[in-house]
Every structure is written in structure tokens, then in C-alpha cells.
Design a protein around this ligand. Structure first.
Ligand SMILES: NC(=O)c1ccc[n+]([C@@H]2O[C@H](COP(=O)([O-])OP(=O)(O)OC[C@H]3O[C@@H](n4cnc5c(N)ncnc54)[C@H](O)[C@@H]3O)[C@@H](O)[C@H]2O)c1
Length: 250
């Protein structure tokens, strides 16, 4: 992989399952990381980088993150959107029961915030005439759910998730097309299910369905994000790349 030394990379959802691994691997490769998450309450140093508070449900909080990053470091080389804001009742409803307000609020949190942060970071990158943005989709932005994996225990997966992730995927293509002239690349990483102590029945069914017979781990996803913000990917844009053990291949 090409060098990431001194690249200024913002990671949202930096304290999450996947975000933590991305931050660790970026720091290992001497990038300067702006780790942003709602759990951080104040700026705090992080190696040569910084942790900054971010609430993606607030446009002014996104503005502050970007202003703060540009004030500190003068530029933004990469943005990795690994956050996962969602309402407290996430995953509770079958399709028929899903309250409209639940759909609407999650679209606002997960899709509208992606529009806003991409727009504001792109303005900085347009001035620089360079930059790389990595959005996060999911296998469920590429294909519909296989509901048989939830059958043993009556679980489900939210309807809006497919709509949100499908939206982020094609928004990524739009941005790649529009921003290419500024030297800005925009790609979308689509993880398969990541192991996080899920119920045994779910894991068994998931593994059976997945060609590689296992769930993913954060270190299956982070290196792809690092590659996409590196100069090794300098001619790659508008791509939707699944790291899913083959889930979307069948
Ligand atoms: N985990 C999986 O199985 C899986 C599968 C496919 C796709 N993905 C995608 O990968 C991305 C990361 O998922 P994850 O599993 O690491 O999620 P996670 O829940 O472990 O972490 C998400 C992070 O986002 C932060 N966050 C929540 N609300 C926020 C807000 N309003 N403002 C700022 N930060 C906020 C949380 O504090 C947390 O640190 C998401 O886009 C998710 O859809 C995950």
C-alpha cells in the first residue's frame, strides 16, 4: 500500500466497531487522524491526531468538525464515514409494523447526514483540488435481505436500512462523477455482517449462507478503507466495493 504518512484523514464513527480499527490502522501508518464521534465530549489528543466531538444529527456540529480540522491542519486529505447513527428502537420492527416516523428519523440520521458531510468536505477538497471520500454502504445496499437467517429466533432487519444504503451507494456514484474534475475521488465500502457477539442461531445461519463460511471482522474492512484514501487508489472513483466473504456474489 502507498504511504499514508501525514495525510489528514477524518474518520466519523471513530469509536465504533469498524471505526476503532480504521483509526488504529491509520495511526499505525503515520496518518494524522481526526477521530470524530458522538461519544467524545471534548477535543483530546490522539497520537499525532485528535479526537473531536461530532453529532451527525446536527449540521452545525458537522460544520464545527470541518472548521476545526482545517484550522488545525490546513486541509482534509480523506474522509471515512464509518458512523452508524440510529434511533433507540432500531431493529425492533417487522416491515408491516414500522412506524413512519421511525423510517423518517433514520433516513434523516443516516442518509441526510451523509449528504451534508460529503457536501461540506467536498467544498474544502475542491479548493485543494484533491481528496478521497469513503462512504459506507452495506451488502444490504446491494442486495435485499435473506430473511431466512433470522427465522430461528424471530429477528429482522430494518426496511429503511436497505433504502438508506442503496441511496448512499448511488449518491457515491453521483459524487464521483461530479467531483472527478476537482481530483476528488469518492468510493463506497460495503461490509458484510461483522461479528459482534450476535445470537448463536443468527451466526450459524449467516455462516451457512456466506461463501466464506464466517462473519467479517473489523480488520477485514479497515485495510480497504486505508487503500481507498491512499495514493495507490488514485485512479479509483465511483466504485462500490463489497468486503463480504462473497455474500453478494451468489
Ligand atoms: N457492523 C456490521 O455488521 C455492518 C455491516 C454492514 C455495514 N456496516 C456499516 O458500517 C458502518 C460502521 O458500523 P459499525 O458496526 O462500526 O457501527 P457501530 O455502532 O459499532 O459504531 C458506530 C459509531 O457511530 C457513532 N455514532 C452514533 N451516532 C452518532 C452521531 N449522531 N454522530 C456521530 N457519531 C455517531 C457511535 O458512537 C459509534 O461509535 C455503518 O455505516 C454500518 O451501517 C456495518
Amino acid at each position: 500500500m502507498k504511504d499514508l504518512t501525514d495525510k489528514i484523514i477524518i474518520v466519523t464513527g471513530a469509536n465504533g466497531l469498524i471505526g476503532r480499527e480504521i483509526v488504529k490502522e491509520l495511526l499505525d501508518r503515520d496518518a494524522i487522524v481526526v477521530a470524530a464521534d458522538i461519544v467524545y465530549k471534548a477535543a483530546e489528543s490522539l497520537g499525532r491526531g485528535v479526537r473531536l466531538p461530532l453529532d451527525l444529527s446536527s449540521n452545525s456540529s458537522i460544520d464545527e468538525l470541518i472548521e476545526n480540522t482545517v484550522e488545525r491542519y490546513g486541509r482534509i486529505d480523506g474522509l471515512i464515514n464509518a458512523s452508524y447513527p440510529r434511533t433507540k428502537d432500531w431493529g425492533r420492527y417487522y416491515f408491516e409494523e414500522t412506524p413512519f416516523e421511525h423510517w423518517q428519523k433514520n433516513v434523516e440520521l443516516q442518509l441526510n447526514s451523509v449528504f451534508y458531510i460529503n457536501q461540506k468536505v467536498a467544498l474544502v477538497m475542491e479548493r485543494q483540488k484533491s481528496g478521497s471520500i469513503v462512504n459506507f454502504g452495506s451488502i444490504y445496499g446491494i442486495v435485499g435481505n435473506d430473511f431466512t437467517i433470522y427465522e430461528d429466533y424471530g429477528g429482522s432487519s430494518p426496511a429503511e436500512y436497505c433504502a438508506i444504503k442503496g441511496g448512499i451507494i448511488n449518491f457515491t456514484r453521483y459524487l464521483a462523477s461530479y467531483l472527478g474534475k476537482y481530483g476528488i475521488r469518492v468510493n463506497c465500502v460495503c461490509p458484510g455482517g461483522i461479528w459482534d457477539n450476535q445470537r448463536e442461531e443468527f451466526v450459524r445461519n449467516y455462516n451457512h449462507r456466506c461463501p466464506m463460511k464466517r462473519m467479517g471482522n473489523p480488520d477485514d474492512i479497515a485495510p480497504l478503507c486505508l487503500f481507498l484514501v491512499s495514493d495507490g487508489a488514485k485512479y479509483i472513483t465511483g466504485q462500490i466495493i463489497a468486503a463480504d466473504g462473497g455474500w453478494t456474489a451468489i
